[in-house]
Write a protein that binds this ligand. Structure first.
Ligand SMILES: Nc1nc2c(ncn2[C@@H]2O[C@H](COP(=O)(O)OP(=O)(O)O)[C@@H](O)[C@H]2O)c(=O)[nH]1
Ligand SMILES: [Mg+2]
Length: 459
């Protein structure tokens, strides 16, 4: 199906849409979602129980068969959940078909639905309709997508918080505050002969709201880390124990471990979560000069990965001690890099652990906890232990908050400099508009298009 963007101005509830809401593939069940003014009527035409669905009350389940409209061929036995407007996800008349989870079944069902007048939905179109019908503001709509994409329990909990309106509520509170200030200023503009009183109160108020916006803004970095994760490369010279550590952290035998130098040629990736922060671990080829072109390519890739990673676990074989090459490599990668030096094979190391290194044995598990803790400290730092559960993770929201903040700073400054009040009102309105864009009270077609294009079809 051709990809096109959504044009909310074309939103037409009379157009009924359909989409698979579960992954393509074999599964016990699959769910096809339908929505639109005539969706129940159209569905009724291919359902074995005459008229039952059109008459059905909301939130009811119906068992029956779906047949092809022209040939009467049986397609599948299904359960249908009926939702009546406005008490549905989209706010429209809608239904979910629970069918057997097989691509052949799904394909036929969708074909039959298309023949009956349904159009295949665009990405995020169900949520867009929910927004257009006032079921969700934009922060909640984004949270739907964030929840679907959450990779750890922490990311799930934070997204769910946003879905229940944590951000929306805060934004509305700030907006109400600013609207109150604006109303006060406008009254004064209408009666300019009156002396403006409480200028200091206004400054104080503006400062208070700016602080609230700043607080929300400060949660963005942790929100982004929790949602998108961080890349941690494991690097060092050959035989340092990188692949053994990689397997240990992943809790599975993924990488080949051997006493032969240069075993790992290509890099391997795996995902772990530490304190709710998702890390992509990359095991790389040992760094050394080599005449073997294949191994040299591995070393080149390792270098590229190290340079692009958020975190570098640099392993030194503790049983051999710190070599001149290690010192050189550490200083090469130390610049701008979050390098954690690890003293590996501590179980057979005879020399003491050098200052700043984490003593670690991937064999007996010594130091694994300390390393995990350090990985979080270096990247998410005190943020990860913060109890702030109202966390933003959308770049769109961050940019709008910044706009609201900077306009409010202008307001503050103008009040202090006793600038004309009508100019102050303009800045205040700008701040209000930026906040309104976050929730969608002030919005444009362009914003909506950009937002919903990242959604899954069926959501
Ligand atoms: N005693 C001990 N041996 C280890 C440890 N980690 C790795 N080794 C051994 O060191 C050799 C090289 O390990 P490997 O993980 O393949 O190193 P890589 O080349 O850095 O990936 C293997 O023989 C491992 O069994 C450790 O913590 N303790
Ligand atoms: Mg290896």
């Amino acid at each position: 199906m051709q990809k096109k963007s959504l044009y909310p101005q074309d939103y037409n509830p009379e157009e009924s849409i359909a989409a698979l809401a579960t992954p393509w593939g074999e599964s016990a069940l699959a769910i096809i979602r339908l929505s639109g003014l005539d969706s129940l009527k159209l569905l009724s035409g291919i359902f074995s129980r005459d008229g039952e669905i059109v008459e059905a009350a909301g939130n009811t389940l119906h068992y029956g068969r779906i047949t092809a409209p022209d040939t009467e061929e049986l397609i599948d036995e299904v359960m249908i959940a009926v939702y009546r407007a406005p008490k549905s996800y989209t706010g429209e008349e809608s239904a979910e078909i629970f069918c057997h989870g097989n691509p052949a079944v799904i394909k036929r069902l969708i074909g039959v639905l298309a023949d009956s007048g349904f159009r295949y939905a665009l990405p995020g179109e169900f949520t867009l309709r929910a927004f257009m019908n006032g079921k969700l503001d934009l922060t909640r709509a984004e949270a739907v997508n964030e929840l679907i994409r959450a990779r750890t329990d922490r990311a799930r909990a934070l997204a769910l918080n946003r879905l229940s309106g944590a951000i929306e509520g805060k934004i509305r509170e700030i907006r109400d505050g600013l609207a109150g200030m604006l109303a006060g200023i406008e009254v004064w503009l209408d009666y300019p002969e009156e002396e403006l009183e409480g200028e200091n109160d206004l400054i104080h108020e503006a400062e208070g709201w700016a602080l609230e916006i700043e607080k929300l803004l400060s949660t963005y970095s942790i929100g982004k880390i929790v949602q998108e994760g961080l890349v941690a490369a494991i690097a060092g010279r050959t035989n340092a124990g990188k692949s053994t550590l990689f397997n240990r952290l992943l809790k599975e035998e993924r990488a080949i471990v051997s006493e032969f130098h240069g075993t790992t040629r290509d890099y391997l990736e795996g995902y772990i979560s530490i304190e709710g922060i998702p890390f992509k671990l990359i095991d790389t080829a040992g760094l050394r000069d080599t005449g073997d072109p294949l191994e040299a390519e591995g070393v080149r890739r390792a270098d590229m990965i190290i340079r692009n990673s958020d975190l570098l676990l640099y392993l030194v074989d503790g049983s051999l001690g710190l070599a001149a090459e290690d010192r050189e490599l550490i200083s090469t990668y130390h610049d701008n890099r979050k390098l954690i030096p690890v003293w590996s094979k501590s179980d057979i190391s005879t020399a003491g652990t050098p200052e700043g290194f984490i003593a670690l044995s991937a064999v007996d598990g010594t130091g694994i906890a300390a390393l995990s803790k350090e990985m979080v400290n270096r990247t998410a730092g005190n943020l990860s232990s913060s109890t702030e559960e109202r966390v933003i993770d959308s770049l769109r929201q961050k940019e709008l908050l910044e706009r609201a903040f900077s306009s409010l700073e202008d307001v503050k400054k103008s009040l202090q400099d006793e600038v004309y009040l009508d100019l102050i009102a303009v800045d205040l309105k700008e701040s209000l508009d930026a906040l309104g864009e976050i929730t969608g009270e002030v919005t444009s077609v362009d914003i909506l298009n950009r937002m919903f294009k990242d959604f899954c079809v069926g959501k």
